[in-house]
Ligand binder design. Structure first.
Ligand code: GLA
Length: 386
């Protein structure tokens, strides 16, 4: 699924009249478990995909950035002297990263870049984070400086929050920047410490199902959920000052303070707190080879996202239910922010084909939408190609 650089080089030359001097790449991601925990300082467990955003580029001797998107077949041009004016949606990721980098003291150079991507757009596989992280690496390469991968993730996250306007957590940019082949990363989003955990080499596969239901309202609903979590946190924090975020609250404590909270805040918090517990348990399960338990925890995660966090939708639920009916499925859940996008399932190798057929048929029958399935290959994070 990787995009072939040799095919992109002549496209670059035809757009800019010179050969590209560098190429960089950053992947999308799938989150295996730990959803809507990252803006509560919690735990997540994503892996980088072999879908990515690739940028070919050459530095310029002025302050102009010209960016050509292969996906949209569109050119966008802006000056590094005037980054605050918003542009076309896809171009805002490039602009937004420049906007965040400049006041940090990095000396940005103009550049001519071609952007190509094969992360399905609007599917919850973090095409935006891939754009941000790849753009950051492009500015670094054109400007002749290097940013540490954790900082690069933080820069990408700030672009999303301060420029694009979604108050996201750190998960997507972090995994796009630091992912590791054949591993998922167990990330503590408070300390930004992480551990690469090997995924089973055989026996089970991670299957992504794209509902092809475009995510709707994701920005505003996402920001609402975040505020609901903060309402719950604030109630508890008034009484327990050691509590900084929901990450610091146990289930017993939540129950104790529940009567002081509105119902929504309570349910959102119940999801976050139980999800953190599930992540911790799922890592131990995976490490001890207990994939069955890992699958059960994935199922519980989905049910909690559907019932308490209310970020699922009919299409995701239909696909998850269909997946769970297939013999050989160990667990299935929605992945990413929700409201459409993808599911992720843990499926025995010998059942993967049957899974795609049976889930596909049932899904088409019940939704009239045609799904896509991909068997996940955990890949490396952002890198320079030449
Ligand atoms: C989006 C955000 C992430 C995370 C997930 C939900 O992908 O960008 O930071 O909050 O939603 O887990």
């Amino acid at each position: 699924m990787t995009m072939n650089i040799q095919n992109l080089k002549p496209v670059y030359e035809s757009k800019f009249g010179v050969p590209a001097e560098f190429a960089v790449r950053a992947p999308g991601r799938v989150n295996l478990i730990g959803e809507h925990t990252d803006y509560n300082d919690g735990y997540v467990f994503p892996c980088a995909l072999d879908f990515n955003v690739t940028i070919l580029g050459s530095p310029r001797n002025d302050n102009t950035v010209r960016a050509y998107s292969v996906t949209f077949d569109e050119m966008c041009e802006f000056s590094l002297n005037n980054l605050s004016v918003r542009d076309k949606a896809w171009c805002n990721y490039v602009k937004g990263v420049g906007y965040v980098l400049q006041p940090e003291g990095y000396h940005l150079k103009g550049m001519d870049i071609l952007i190509a991507g094969n992360v399905p757009l609007g599917s919850g596989l973090s095409s935006s984070a891939a754009m941000e992280v790849a753009s950051c690496l492009a500015y670094e390469t054109a400007g002749g400086f290097d940013i540490d991968p954790v900082k690069r993730a933080l820069i990408g996250q700030r672009a999303e929050r301060e420029y694009v306007g979604v108050q996201c957590g750190i998960m997507d940019q972090f995994i796009s920047s630091l992912g590791r082949k054949s591993h998922a990363l167990f990330i503590d989003t408070r300390t930004l410490g992480y551990e690469a955990v090997p995924l089973p080499e055989s026996g089970v596969s991670i299957v992504i199902g794209n509902t092809n239901k475009p995510r709707q309202l994701v920005g505003s609903e996402y920001n609402d959920r975040r505020n609901e979590c903060y309402r719950a946190r604030d109630v508890i924090r008034k009484d327990l000052p050691r509590v900084k975020e929901l990450r610091d609250v146990t289930s017993e404590e939540l129950e104790r303070y529940a009567p002081q909270m509105d119902e929504k805040a309570y349910k959102r918090a119940r999801h976050v707190i139980s999800e953190d517990e599930r992540v911790l348990e799922s890592i131990s399960a995976l490490k001890s080879g207990d994939v069955k338990r890992f699958g059960e925890l994935m199922n519980q995660s989905h049910d909690s996202l559907r019932d308490d966090y209310k970020v699922s939708c009919r299409e995701l639920d239909v696909m998850v239910e269909a997946a769970r009916k297939v013999k050989g499925t160990l667990g299935s859940r929605m992945t990413g922010a929700g409201f459409g996008g993808c599911t992720v399932s843990l499926v025995k190798d010998e059942s993967v084909e049957r899974f795609q057929k049976e889930v596909g048929e049932e899904y088409v029958k019940l939704t009239n939408l045609k799904p896509d399935f991909f068997v996940c290959k955990a890949s490396d994070g952002a890198r320079r190609i030449f």
